[in-house]
Design a binder for this molecule. Structure first.
Ligand SMILES: Cc1cc2nc3c(=O)[nH]c(=O)nc-3n(C[C@H](O)[C@H](O)[C@H](O)COP(=O)(O)O)c2cc1C
Length: 168
């Protein structure tokens, strides 16, 4: 699938709208990811307003690269639906990757902004967007029009591929 290889982190966006139809498709792609035990605990906060995006700049130290991007989607996992946090994180991450690939397929730039794993960022995101206690913020998918053209991946990490068993 071409979009997998063409997906790159885009850190330069142009101020152009992305249609609701495309955002819907990207959300649908997220919801089509595999999900352990089919708990479907993912929740998606769609952020489009200037005020909402400004709050991200304050809460996430690398969010500056999302400046001018049309939409930010904060992905959170519902801990009341999936009590095993390790599974919740994997499920939400699978959804995020699907969203990045779909955005690439739709000729949009995209970026994963990290949240989960930093107590500080999680705390600030919770405060900024009024995230309820039972939802665990995992990451942000940035979506927007871009003129940045990054080369597709073609590296093959041969030394990191093992066959049948690891060597003793
Ligand atoms: C869990 C996770 C967190 C990330 N957090 C950030 C981030 O906060 N800011 C950023 O610019 N890129 C972030 N990235 C993107 C990586 O930096 C990027 O995927 C990596 O450099 C490889 O480049 P590529 O996406 O173009 O293949 C994150 C990626 C993952 C998977």
């Amino acid at each position: 699938m071409d979009a997998i290889f063409h997906r790159r982190s885009i850190r330069k966006y142009v101020n152009e709208a992305v249609s609701d139809e495309k955002i819907h498709k990207i959300l649908l792609a997220g919801m089509s990811a595999p999900n352990a035990f089919a708990t479907y605990e993912w929740n998606f906060l769609v952020i489009k307003s200037a005020e909402g995006k400004k709050k991200m700049l304050e809460a996430q130290p690398w969010a500056k690269s999302s400046e001018n991007a049309d939409t930010l989607i904060l992905v959170c996992g519902d801990s009341s639906k999936e009590k095993n946090e390790m599974l919740l994180v994997q499920n939400c991450s699978a959804a995020m990757e699907n969203m990045l690939i779909e955005a690439t397929y739709l000729d949009l730039g995209s970026l994963w902004l990290g949240v989960y794993g930093s107590d500080e960022i999680v705390r600030d995101i919770r405060k900024a967007y009024n995230v309820p206690k039972h939802l665990i913020p995992i990451g942000v998918v940035v979506i927007g029009q871009t003129v940045q053209d990054r080369k597709p991946h073609d590296q093959f990490y041969k030394d990191q591929v093992h066959v049948e068993s690891f060597k003793k």
